[in-house]
Design a protein around this ligand. Structure first.
Ligand code: AMP
Length: 191
């Protein structure tokens, strides 16, 4: 199965993607993780991405589209993958459609984790206070404000984009994490 997990920063996409990876064997493809790895390794992509990410803005579309296109070709994606944090805007969604079509693949479902902004802000604040020193560059109030703004302006339109295709399923991301997982499993149906 090929899925997208859609939702604002702090909605729990990474947590749910990891659970799906464990339960179903689909691979989690997080563009945020891949970009952080590129920054840590000091690659050309990392050098471009570093400051943009710290501000909470979007890295250029061409970069993330080519990262995802190459990653999908690896053999571990054969049994299914979960796109976590990609696409982030309509241009990326259209590019993904083209990439998948070229590879003879198609999306099975888009799961939207719906969470109010107020809850996201307190989650990020908790994450910052609990992680003592190892906070991500973009886990601060200023960057979160930008990330939420970018989500509402650029990413939220994807809800309509995929609703119109009939593949969007919305899950209450404010429930307990185990209940969210159950709802995600129900939305996807049996393995
Ligand atoms: P995430 O871990 O998904 O919250 O992503 C962290 C940061 O990486 C984002 O705020 C962006 O700066 C960058 N990023 C991750 N995925 C994308 C994407 N699909 N398009 C552009 N920038 C991205």
């Amino acid at each position: 199965m090929k899925l997208i997990l859609l939702g604002p920063p702090g909605a729990g996409k990474g947590t749910q993607a990891k659970r799906l990876e464990d339960n179903r064997g689909y691979v989690q493809l997080s563009t945020g993780d891949m970009l952080r790895a590129a920054v840590a390794a000091g690659t050309d992509v990392g050098l471009v991405a570093k400051d943009i990410m710290a501000r909470g803005e979007l890295v250029p579309d061409e970069i993330v589209v080519s990262i995802i296109s190459e990653r999908i070709d690896l053999p571990d994606c054969k049994d299914g993958f979960i796109l976590d944090g990609f696409p982030r805007n309509v241009r990326q969604a259209e590019a993904l459609d083209a990439v998948l079509e070229e590879k003879g693949l198609s999306l099975d479902a888009v799961i939207e984790l719906s969470v109010d902004d107020g809850i996201l802000i307190s989650r990020v604040e908790n994450r910052a206070s609990e992680s003592q020193g190892s906070v991500r560059d973009d886990d601060n109030a200023e960057a979160l404000k930008t990330r939420l703004g970018v989500y509402h302006e650029q990413t939220a339109p994807l809800i309509t984009y995929y609703k119109n295709r009939g593949i969007l399923r919305t899950v209450d991301g404010m429930a307990h994490v185990d209940d969210v997982s159950r709802s995600v499993e129900e939305a996807l149906g049996p393995v």
